[in-house]
Design a binder for this molecule. Structure first.
Ligand SMILES: [Cu+2]
Length: 286
């Protein structure tokens, strides 16, 4: 695996930018996928234009720091660590340079899937969603380049909550798309660094949820919302029976007013036995 840590000013919202710290220039970092028993060789390069030291701690690794010590790299340096993926599951990775909460809230988190022998059961579509918090000096909705607030970070008072690093990432920009009759799987993780997500898809029921990212325990079935703590993940699977727009939220819904929402747009034929909704001019788009 090649990872590069990059510090970039990038869009947080339509009129707002933020000084993100990233793996490979994106939030979350790349979705990494290995098989149980694999030996994973990680090369972490810290871009020469960085100001900070960065590293990577893999929750999928067994060993001190999850590799954080071995991969700590000053700007322009490259470091490496090798670990054997002993346990299947869906795991978070993140930068662990102190103050760790600062590096995570700046965007330095991602997921690594360690597939069990034989892999996961096939589905029609897979999606990758992570939830994070942004702590800016400026209040939510301020235009221009924001400044990270250490005070708000350590007192756990975020201004923004985001799916995939950006207000509107999964609504205006890259809504998830699927068709009636398909089965979808969402790899959902919380980078945080601080808030547990009550992840829910409005108008859907998860057929299966692999609690805390465990793929060797039986999934729970037919659940509405799942609780995903920071530094953890879950896999949900569900079959799409009817068309329409399904909204991904954290059911702590105040956070929807601070940027947290995503769309799953399902196309296909109506199935009025299952859901029959006459047009209503009072409907607000849901
Ligand atoms: Cu970092």
């Amino acid at each position: 695996m090649d990872l590069e840590t990059v510090e970039i000013e990038a869009r947080l919202d339509e009129r707002t930018t933020y000084p993100f710290w990233t793996f490979n220039g994106r939030v979350p970092g790349p979705f990494l996928r290995v098989r149980v028993g694999d030996t994973v060789e990680v090369h972490l390069k810290n871009n020469e234009n960085s100001v900070m030291m960065h590293n990577v701690d893999f929750h999928a690794a067994t060993g001190p720091g999850g590799g954080a010590g071995a991969t700590s790299a000053n700007p322009g340096e490259e470091r490496a660590v090798t670990f054997k993926a002993l346990s299947p599951g869906l795991y978070v990775y993140h930068c662990a340079v102190p103050p760790v909460a600062m590096h995570i809230s700046s965007g330095m988190y991602g997921l690594i899937l360690v597939e069990p022998e034989g892999g996961l059961p096939p589905v029609d579509r897979e999606f990758y969603v992570m939830q994070g918090e942004i702590y800016s000096e400026e209040p939510f909705g301020t235009a221009g380049l924001l400044t990270a607030s250490y005070d708000k970070l350590i007192s756990e008072r975020p201004e923004y909550f985001v799916f995939n690093g950006h207000v509107g990432a999964l609504t205006d920009h890259y809504p998830m798309k699927a068709k009636v009759g398909e089965t979808v799987r969402i790899f959902f993780g919380v980078g945080g660094p601080n808030f547990t997500s009550s992840f829910h898809v409005i108008g859907e029921i998860f057929d299966r949820a692999y609690q805390l990212g465990s793929v060797t325990s039986p999934p729970i079935e037919h659940v509405q919302s799942i609780s995903v703590p920071p530094g953890s993940a879950n896999i949900v699977e569900f079959k799409l029976e009817v068309p329409g727009r399904f909204v991904l939220v954290d059911h702590a819904l105040s956070r929807a007013e601070r940027g947290l929402a995503g769309y799953l747009i399902v196309e296909g034929a109506e199935n009025k036995d299952i859901f029959d909704a006459p047009p209503n001019e009072n409907a607000s788009g849901h």
